[in-house]
Write a protein that binds this ligand. Structure first.
Ligand code: ZN
Length: 275
């Protein structure tokens, strides 16, 4: 049927350019039938493509939705509200005690702003985060008891750690291995951390002197006391009065000389005046 062809001659309006093409006769005679068939074929093809696209995308969204639902349930199950609550409560209580301590020592209250910890976390980690801070704050609270933080006396600090001019006059320079706090003769001197008295008595230029041994190879020394209120070997708690301010030993007036020693080496107590 397609073998029988008809020649169609295309001629330009000026009659010069012409082109002849051969078309199967049956197409020329039944062009409407062929056109409709083509349209129907394209239509069916389009429907099939559309169906596949729909099938694919709807399946895709169903999967995402299902995954989200599963995730939401996981989060719901993972967050132990009661546990998180108690962790946060424990943090609150610790913070309260720490800040009470800071206030008693004349120090700035602590804030959690730069307390460290993981910066990015999944919402399901909330229990972990809460527990993390609860343990950390607890550790800090323990540390505050053990480490000599804060001042042994609230008097004005008159001398720092390092080189200074000889307070007895002249141009000589001496190293001062502690902090001096001016104060009233007889005002109480409080130990800056819990520990054990390892010295209580006369000690050369220090005059009446108390030395307390703490955790972490730390010791604190309190000099020029007018009175000593503890005995060698005695355990002391944080804030306990160990003696009275005075001017015994090599001293120019009533003040406390305060030292912190780490492994017998005198270190700058200034660094311990705040957290
Ligand atoms: Zn001093």
């Amino acid at each position: 049927m397609l073998k029988h062809k008809t020649s169609v001659l295309f001629v330009n309006s000026n009659g010069k350019d012409r082109k002849t093409i051969q078309i199967p006769t049956t197409i020329l005679l039944n062009w409407k039938k062929y056109l409709i068939s083509a349209i129907v074929l394209f239509g069916i093809f389009g429907l099939i493509i559309g169906f596949f696209i729909y099938e694919h995308t709807s399946h895709y969204y169903t999967t995402i939705y299902k995954e989200r639902l599963v995730r939401a349930n996981q989060i719901k199950n993972a967050i132990d509200i009661e546990k998180a609550k108690s962790s946060f409560q424990s943090i609150d209580e610790s913070m309260l005690r720490i800040n009470q301590f800071m206030a008693e020592r004349g120090l700035e209250p602590l804030s959690l702003v730069s307390a460290g910890g993981p910066m990015e976390f999944e919402i399901t980690d909330i229990n972990e985060i809460a527990a993390y801070y609860a343990t950390d704050i607890q550790k800090l609270e323990d540390l505050i008891q053990e480490v000599p933080i804060g001042k042994p006396h609230f008097g004005e600090q008159t001398s720092g750690f390092g080189y200074r001019k000889n307070p007895f006059g002249g141009n000589a320079v001496e190293t001062h291995k502690g902090l001096d706090f001016r104060g009233e003769e007889g005002s109480p001197i409080r130990v800056t951390a819990e520990g054990k008295v390892v010295f209580a008595g006369q000690k050369g230029g220090y005059g009446n002197c108390v030395i307390i041994k703490h955790e972490n190879d730390l010791k604190t020394l309190y000099g020029h006391l007018s009175e000593i209120n503890v005995k060698d070997g005695q355990s002391v708690i944080l804030g306990q009065i160990i003696g009275k301010l005075g001017s015994t030993g090599r001293s120019t007036g009533p003040h406390l000389h305060y030292e912190i020693l780490h492994k017998e080496e005198k270190i700058d107590p200034q660094k311990f005046l705040n957290l």
